[in-house]
Design a protein around this ligand. Structure first.
Ligand SMILES: [Zn+2]
Length: 100
């Protein structure tokens, strides 16, 4: 979807499986990218697979301001809002603590 004159980037809300996202998420920061599954922080920009655990990424989240080049670099992945996702992960962890 590179610079197509009739398309734009817009954020879309989708219902997702927390487990599915957790298992296939890459988190991109200012200087490095991390595999959410094994927490390997040494992923190269644009990676699609974690060399440590073998995860193939389907989702990407950003721990920085997203630039247009980021959108193009990860256009084949589903981009998710990291705050939305981590709020739910934290809520589930807290709930599980009280269940034990
Ligand atoms: Zn990994």
């Amino acid at each position: 979807m590179e610079n197509q004159p009739n398309s734009i980037w817009v954020r879309v809300w989708n219902r997702v499986s927390v487990q599915n996202v957790s298992d296939r998420l890459m988190v991109v920061g200012v200087l490095q990218a991390e595999c959410h599954k094994c927490h390997n922080p040494m992923l190269e920009a644009g990676a699609r697979r974690c060399p440590e655990c073998g995860t193939t990424f389907s989702f990407v989240a950003f721990r920085k301001n997203v630039q247009p080049r980021d959108l193009e670099l990860y256009a084949d992945l589903t981009m998710i809002d990291l705050d939305d996702f981590m709020k739910e992960v934290s809520r589930r962890k807290a709930h599980n603590l009280f269940e034990q």
